[in-house]
Ligand binder design. Structure first.
Ligand SMILES: *Cc1c(COP(=O)(O)O)cnc(C)c1O
Length: 353
């Protein structure tokens, strides 16, 4: 598809890498294209970054038809820019679209517009240690009616934000509160889709945890509140004895690309890995008898986030004395090494621009 380019009158000054943070600064341009049942995807364009005008009855504003993705462009030592497993994000976006009755984007079109957009904005990829250009593709239903039905019109947008190192003062293990009241998702719901609504429903528990001094919540399943699902907006893994365990993809868990990559690295290195149900009772027992050796969250933003303390029903358990464990560190070093091109990518995960 041809992509129209509308040049910005002035380009922004790029921020200092020490001030980046997460999602605070945006690049000069954004990608947009529109969908209608009659014309399919059309009017692909890269235009100056600006507010989007919406009809006040637009579907997304009333019924939450929105999905998104998150991936990063990394600057390597030789100055080139690379993406990490972008086809995984593209496929997952179509899975999310299917769940929310939003239109599919053919995979080759999605990859074309993503890479052309990143090529336009590649100078925004910062080069300081641990920094990257975060890419946020998103799609929303845009019918101009209050009638409730599957979406007929949609808009797809990609914006980009240079982001700082997640770990400015070294990797500090986080404190996690196990949430036994609110649930994030249920089987048959939208848990496996990356949609804004899941986040809206998670905020209350997150706020409560923060007030008590915890950085995230550990979600339990929505039916029995017994099985572990995810931590905040990350997948979660545990090292219990000599086994690495992570909740299996049951429909209510987001199939993370970092999760998948961790499993592939662990299996390649010969670790014993299981994707299965893990009950809170099993975890509590492992915490009490000391067989829980390590715990970590995994997701694109932080890559690997070690868990140093878990709190369940007001009882606090330290994990690995609140320090990062060996396996957690190995996964962090391997994934970030591949992403920033510091170690050989034997998995063929990176895609150069
Ligand atoms: C995006 C996301 C993840 C992590 O997925 P990655 O592909 O590894 O970034 C995990 N859980 C939730 C709820 C998410 O939205």
């Amino acid at each position: 598809m041809d992509i129209k380019f509308v040049k910005a009158d002035v380009l922004k000054e790029k921020p200092e890498s020490s001030t980046l943070g997460f999602g605070k600064f945006f690049t000069d341009y954004m990608f947009m294209m529109d969908y209608s049942r009659e014309d399919g995807w059309h009017d692909a364009r890269i235009v100056p970054f600006a507010p989007i005008a919406l009809h006040p009855a637009s579907t997304v504003l009333h019924y939450g038809s929105e999905i998104f993705e998150g991936l990063k462009a990394y600057r390597t030592a030789d100055g080139s820019v690379q993406l990490f497993r972008p086809m995984e994000n593209i496929r997952r976006m179509n899975t999310s679209a299917d769940r929310l009755c939003l239109p599919q984007i053919p995979e080759d079109l999605a990859l074309q517009v993503l890479t052309e957009f990143v090529k336009v904005e590649q100078d925004w990829t910062p080069s300081a240690e641990g920094t990257s250009l975060y890419l946020r593709p998103f799609m929303f239903g845009n019918d101009e009616t209050l009638g409730v039905h599957a979406v007929h019109n949609a808009t797809y947008v990609i914006i980009a934000s240079p982001v700082g190192s997640y770990y400015k003062e070294g990797i500090n293990p986080v404190k996690i509160m196990i949430e036994d009241e609110d649930v994030r998702a249920v089987r048959g719901g939208t848990g496996y889709a990356k949609c804004g609504g899941n986040y809206a429903a998670s905020n209350r528990a997150g706020e409560r945890a923060e007030k008590k001094g915890y950085s995230q919540v550990l979600w339990l399943d929505g039916v029995e509140r017994k099985y572990i699902e995810e931590v905040g907006a990350m997948n979660v893994m545990f090292k219990i004895g000599d086994e690495i365990v992570t909740p299996m993809l049951s429909g209510s868990i987001l199939p993370g690309i970092t999760r998948k990559s961790c499993l592939e690295v662990l299996r390649q290195k010969g670790y014993k890995v299981s994707e299965r149900l893990i009950s809170i009772d099993e975890l509590a027992e492992a915490m009490q008898n000391g067989t829980l050796q390590e715990a970590w969250g995994c997701g694109t933003a932080a890559v690997i986030s070690p868990i140093g303390e878990l709190c369940y029903k007001d009882v606090k358990y330290a994990v690995n004395n609140g320090e990062i464990g060996e396996t957690t560190q190995m996964l962090y070093d391997t994934l970030t090494g591949i992403q920033w091109g510091k170690i050989e990518d034997t998995f063929n995960w990176t895609v150069k621009l």
